[in-house]
Write a protein that binds this ligand. Structure first.
Ligand SMILES: *Cc1c(COP(=O)(O)O)cnc(C)c1O
Length: 457
């Protein structure tokens, strides 16, 4: 680059940093969901693909002036929608530096720094969650992809044990395997299974209790051809399947257990919450997000697999130009080849927080969920479930009132959360998932809820 170009590049980044700081400073005043005029303003982006280019500084200006107001306030303290995680400053800063490097982390030879740090993440995450040393980790976009990676390892391994080599022989003539999971499983699990050629009708769906947990009495006999999928953290009410009991049964039967713990697996990092995931180390594979509970920023998902070979052989790609090395080649653990350097960001978060910081973050989210639920009970709402982890659901006296109250909350400009259905009735679901949420944020939100409830009478 010419020195003039470098100067322009630096100025572009400096200006962007000023936009970013402006966004951060105004985050708490911003509505958690953009107002009508901000959404209408997005139409100014409309237009045909321009024939001539635009100055980069002008592009960035319009992104900030028009784009920023149209965003949802996930980084603020009063956004409780879905299980959308907040963003730790160190994660954000590490993203920026990683962006400047523009590393492709497919292979060690493409980025020694990224490979080094991804390797450390593997050891640290395995330790943090209390898994067996040597467990393999891959970094992907999110739990949806982590599920595809882990479940393909499981499928292939269950078939290999029957003497069938799926990567060579293909799915068409494969002997059957069984899939057993709870009726409360996340839709991403169904999607991953479908990608892997396992249809809905083939799945043995186990009934769940009122909290959405697998009823162990109703789990069918497991065998060595079975893939049992458990959930650590129901996306609505936060409940956990009985992991310890079912892992024991699966182990005795020789079944493969996968645990989908997109946000809830982090319970294992907290002494107060660990009882929820007791026995998780007895499973064979796990999927968890760093972009939810850990607040490491989008997109950052983690796949873990006890049998390293099962994971790498399921995802292995070959090509004469691929230069594997004795060090870590990140692509071996994922469906992707070219990938951004998520390990650098994850490493920065883990290094900054330490095990104690992760525990504190998890506990804070859970305590705040508990406090929020208490406030809403006092405000006249009915708690649908006890609070599990960082999630809970409330409802009003009638389904119609619940729907109207949710609508009023979503338009309150104070806080935002989503809705769902639970046992055939509409509910309001709340997820406390940002490190920025304070008790004051919850107090303000509870007042907004109370007002919405009155409006919905
Ligand atoms: C969010 C979630 C997923 C999907 O994860 P993504 O990171 O959005 O792909 C899967 N399972 C559970 C339980 C979840 O909460």
């Amino acid at each position: 680059m010419l020195s003039k170009e470098i100067e322009q590049y630096s100025e572009l980044l400096n200006q962007t940093a000023r936009y970013a700081c402006d966004y951060i400073q105004t985050a708490s005043q911003r509505p958690p969901f953009p107002g009508k005029s901000s959404i209408q303003a997005l139409d100014t982006f409309d237009g045909e693909l321009p024939a001539a280019g635009t100055d980069a500084a002008a592009v960035m200006r319009s992104l900030h002036e028009i784009g920023s107001p149209g965003t949802t306030g996930i980084t603020g303290g009063r956004y409780f929608g879905f299980v959308n995680g907040g963003l730790l400053p160190v994660a954000h800063a590490a993203q920026w530096l990683t962006d400047v490097w523009n590393q492709n982390t497919a292979l060690y030879v493409m980025s020694p720094t990224a490979a080094k740090l991804e390797n450390l993440c593997e050891r640290w995450i395995v330790q943090l969650l209390g898994l067996e040393q040597g467990t393999a980790m891959g970094l992907v976009t999110g739990s949806s992809n982590a599920l595809i990676c882990a479940l393909s390892a499981a499928r292939n391994e269950l078939l290999r044990r029957q003497g069938y080599d799926l990567p060579q022989m293909g799915l068409r003539n494969a002997p059957p395997i069984r899939v057993v999971m709870g009726a409360g499983a996340h839709s991403a699990v169904f999607a991953a299974l479908s990608v892997l050629g396992i249809g809905r009708r083939e799945i043995e769906v186990v009934p769940v209790d009122h909290y959405g947990r697998i009823d162990p009495q109703q789990v069918p006999e497991l065998d060595a051809h079975t893939l049992l999928i458990l959930q650590a953290g129901h996306v609505c009410g936060g409940s956990f399947d009985p992991i310890n009991e079912l892992c024991d049964r699966a182990r005795t039967a020789g079944a493969w257990v996968h645990i989908d713990g997109a946000f809830g697996l982090w319970a294992a990092a907290s002494r107060k919450q660990r009882h929820l995931t007791a026995g998780l180390e007895k499973a064979d594979s796990w999927s968890v997000d760093a972009h939810k509970t850990l607040n490491a920023g989008y997109d950052c998902g983690i796949v873990l697999c006890r049998a390293r070979n099962a994971l790498t052989s399921a995802l292995q790609a070959n090509g004469t130009y691929i230069q594997y090395s004795p060090q870590r080649d990140g692509m071996s653990y994922t469906t992707e080849m070219s990938r951004r350097a998520r390990g650098v960001i994850l490493w920065a978060v883990l290094k900054q927080l330490g095990a104690e910081g992760v525990e504190k973050l998890v506990d804070q989210l859970c305590d705040h969920a508990e406090y929020f639920a208490d406030c809403l009970k006092k405000a006249g709402f009915t708690l649908v479930n006890p609070v599990f982890f960082n999630q809970f659901m409330v409802k009003c006296q009638t389904p119609q009132q619940t729907r109207r109250t949710l609508d009023a909350v979503q338009h309150s400009g104070i806080c935002w959360c989503g809705g769902s259905e639970w046992e055939g009735e509409p509910v309001i679901r709340i997820s406390v998932c940002s490190h920025t949420t304070t008790k004051e944020d919850i107090d303000r939100s509870a007042v907004a809820f109370q007002k919405a409830l009155l409006e919905a009478q």
